[in-house]
Design a protein around this ligand. Sequence first.
Ligand SMILES: [Zn+2]
Length: 341
Amino acid sequence: MLNRLSGNERAKRAIKRMLSLKRVPGVLLFSGEDGVGKKLFALEIAKALNCMSPEDFEACDRCSSCQRIADITYPASDDTEANKAIIWSSHPDVGLIRTAGRFIQVSQMRLLEKETNFRPYEGRVRFFIVENADTLNEASSNALLKTLEEIPPTSHIVLLTSKLAKLLPTIKSRCQIIGFSPVPRKEIEEVLKNLNLTSDKLGVLACMAQGSIGRAMNTEVEKYCADRLEISQLVEAIVKSDLEKVLRFSESLSDPKKKDDYELRLGILETMLRDLWLIKIGDQEERIINRDLIKQLTSYAQHTNTQRISTWMKRIEEIRQQLNVNINRKAATDALLLSMT
Ligand SMILES: [Zn+2]
């Protein structure tokens, strides 16, 4: 049932309308930040179209078809070979495609073409979700185009993306696009209430989620708080131009043993600098992410100005882009932090 999903009332209404008019387009494109529920909404359509006893054109969530569509086991994200195959739900007509390696491969788009051309095995429609459609490269985009143009009426494809601008215009023009917005903090708090957290931790998660339920659910709150404490000390060292301390943090930030945490911690640094900037321009507290640290951040803000802060944020953005290529993290982090002091 769509009403069980949080937020995105507009998308919900659009999808309900498509279902009740029995006019779900063969190709849809869901655009919006990661973790706002795009995949869950797509799966709701897959369930509704194949449900054995739909209620008001929506999925009943109880029949064997609904339950099997909701049951998907994913291979490890670094298992490129396993990710090159279609990842099937427990229902033989509903599957998912995701990035294998850096891109979605041509071979995956050929598989998709073949599968969309089969008649449904047991449901009313075949339904495929393509995650991170922005990782289609030119070759795989072109391989997908033909499928989008000639999709049989018994097959559906939903492309998901958080970076709409990266999709080729030829792909976008063949899809009906539905936009997804960040989920309001109050609604995220409601969802998080099921996790049995202290109210402090719940507040921290709801703010760091920045509208993404997925992000909140996938964050280990204890570890996040510990990382944040460390990064707040780094921010203090940066605003006070404490070179020695900053270099010590650089060691810790680029520690190869904590390689997987690098981007996460860089992200925390970014949110804190953004908060400093918001405090400086006197923005309303509502947009500040590390709201529980506001006193501390306000005292740091006194040591710097908006111009410096925006330069720092630009530098972090640059390093983020370089992370896609193989960079020497140690050297890059040293350079980044030194340029900030
Ligand atoms: Zn059902």
